[in-house]
Design a protein around this ligand. Sequence first.
Ligand code: SF4
Ligand code: SF4
Length: 417
Amino acid sequence: MQLFPRGVILPFQKGKTLMRGVEEMPAPCAVRLPVAMAQAESPIAHLAEDTPLATGQELCRQGDLPIRSPISGTLEGSVVINHALFGDLLCADIQPDGEAEERLPIVPEEELTPESILNIAREAAVYDELDGSPLWQKLQQWKLPQSGRANDCILVADATENDIYGSSAWAVLMEQPRLVLFGLQAAAKALGMSRYHIATLLPRHRRRVLKRAIGRENVYTVEDEYPVTQFADDKLTVYRIGVQACLALGRALKQGICHTSAIVTVAGDGVPAARNIRVPFGTDLSAVLSACQAETDVRLVLGDAMTGTTCPDLHTPLMPGITTVLAMKHQPIRVPKPCIGCGRCAEVCHARLLPYEIVRRLENMHYERLQHLSPADCDGCSACSYVCPAGRDVAADVLKAGEAKGMYLTWGEDDNE
Ligand code: SF4
Ligand code: SF4
């Protein structure tokens, strides 16, 4: 491990996944696609059991956004599942059958307008894998209020993948670089931005291949340290979307294909070989693990090693926003010891916080002045926990302090400070 003034270099475990293309799930599996919270009225009640469905067929709408069937098959009805992260969810239960696919009408490229691009992003149900939110909603919120700001802003497709195991963004980029760029350009057009590029941390020879494919002006190389904080040159306001979202938008615009699957890195010491695999939304992760020959007694982590969440139930459906799934056989258990005041957590904090001091005040209930240490600026990157020689989960405590703001951080506020 190498320390930097801000950030930390991680030991990449991406390995051979980088050399392999994107694989398909070997056989279509049944999916349980979340359509609403369990308490809500079923939005698919109008569909009879045994309704045949095509891939991409609209099941219902969540507000303006269509929810589309990720596979071709038969609707068996609805089931309530207890999702480890989202609680009780009502899901459409779809059994695979056939290869029917529904596509959107294609608008000729020269007729695409910002409005029509947004409409297609919505109708194709494109999700941004960076946070699992609908791309259309994001772009609408970001639309530049005045064209005068356009030169100060840049839209970035984030292919940095600087966490430990994930390589799905790199795999997508190596496989379909032009379509990713096309989707990015369209998203920039929808926003009224003239600047855009793909930010990446690819190994040098892969970067060369990428630059040859899409032009060096479209590729930006980020610093090799975790977490990445600079996605473009200084002074530009960066708006970030995922490369899978760019690809999905490109496919919707050029081919009318709806966004019904994610490319997921399956890795960890519980699988014989890490791989990137295309998985329909709603697929049971236990099926994904078994397709990757994972061992049965593994711990499932949704997300990558630094910020992922342990998921106690292997029978969890894949949702948009998950691009790394770890099957961990050995999970290092750290026994936290008292803070030794080494300051390493502060050294690596890109938000320039004093994590040890925030935690100290939290533990000692010295809530006064805690807000002046800005714990709410913490984004949970976990670099501080990673470097802590005392084995403390510093990030969790800083996040707790940040989230608790409304509850007690103003207790005993000192006006003299
Ligand atoms: S988790 Fe928060 S406190 Fe820790 S290094 Fe990241 S931003 Fe800083
Ligand atoms: S890195 Fe850990 S031991 Fe060092 S100051 Fe921070 S919390 Fe304390």
